[in-house]
Design a binder for this molecule. Structure first.
Ligand SMILES: C[S@@+](CC[C@H](N)C(=O)[O-])C[C@H]1O[C@@H](n2cnc3c(N)ncnc32)[C@H](O)[C@@H]1O
Length: 276
């Protein structure tokens, strides 16, 4: 009898709460015999993976996780590798393909792979901040574990000079504390101090915190590895504790019968809430 072809699902869990987990993600988890992931993310889906073989590991164990998943699938099992947000955005999807390729994987005959998309942190954060990503934006990770700081700084500089809204992933960790300060200094050469900045910690998870501040006050707020930061472009405005980047409708259409003007940056607005 022909051996069954194993399968790797690379599953995006979205920001964290079950309401934002896709149906396809749920089905992939239900079908999988083995679940592989970072301990914290597995904690978010504990009841969905009860009774399955769960291989949990810590930070910076991504390569071991990918190798483990590929090994299990090569043995004919259905495996889910779980990631926060979307697995194709600073997630595990690329690494799974790299590990497979190194092992001589053939798409037609080798283990099957399905990447299950999830809501990325940038979308989750944007939804809580208002609508900061309505125009062109760049996502930049400040982690220099795998990317040299010179490359990150060059990208920050280019995105700032080109007036992109900028999303900062992995802004700060307990070991990496300088990068956000340097990014703020670099961005301040291209943006005025009142530029609106959104800081979202634990989006759609317990302990959610949402802050709208400005570039001058960014460093006064708590930021860590559970946080994503969105820096507005030259047209972004803050109003009612939210931040909005215009798409350009106002230049073409009459939008409001009467309006209370939104100002650029009213710093220090804090809305801390748990997801509904
Ligand atoms: C390794 S990246 C994973 C990104 C994820 N795959 C995505 O699609 O958003 C981890 C970083 O994503 C951001 N992040 C992920 N989930 C988040 C959440 N619920 N709230 C705020 N930031 C989050 C933080 O910047 C964190 O350091």
């Amino acid at each position: 009898m022909a051996e069954s072809r194993g399968k790797v699902y690379v599953v995006g869990l979205g920001p964290g709460d079950k309401a934002h987990l896709t149906e396809r993600a749920r089905a992939a988890l239900a079908e999988s015999e083995v679940i592989v992931g970072y301990r914290t993310y597995l904690g978010l889906i504990r009841e969905l993976v009860a009774g399955k073989a769960v291989l949990a590991s810590g930070m910076q164990q991504e390569v071991a996780r990918a190798q483990e998943a590929v090994r299990e699938a090569a043995a004919g099992r259905v495996v889910a590798v779980v990631c926060s947000g979307d697995p194709g955005i600073y997630g595990m999807a690329g690494l799974i393909y790299e590990v497979l390729r190194e092992g001589g994987w053939q798409r037609q005959s080798g283990v099957e792979v399905e990447v299950v998309p999830g809501i990325p942190a940038l979308s989750a954060a944007a939804s809580l901040l208002g609508a900061p990503l309505m125009h062109d934006f760049a996502a930049i990770s400040l982690s220099d574990l795998l990317t040299p700081w010179e490359v990150i700084a060059r990208r920050l500089e280019a995105a700032a000079a080109a007036d992109f809204v900028i999303v900062l992933y992995n802004p700060k960790s307990t070991q990496r504390v300088q990068q956000l300060d340097e990014a703020q200094r670099l961005l301040s050469r291209h943006r005025v101090p009142q530029t609106p900045v959104g800081i979202v910690r634990n989006a759609y998870r317990d302990g959610q915190q949402v802050v709208v501040t400005d570039l001058a006050h960014l460093l006064a707020h708590e930021v860590d590895m559970l946080t994503i930061v969105i820096i507005g472009n030259s047209t972004t405005r803050s109003c009612a504790g939210l931040m909005v980047t215009p798409r350009g409708y106002q230049a073409k259409y009459e939008l409001a019968p009467s309006s209370r003007e939104c100002s650029r940056g009213s710093p220090g607005q804090l809305a801390s809430s748990k997801p509904d």
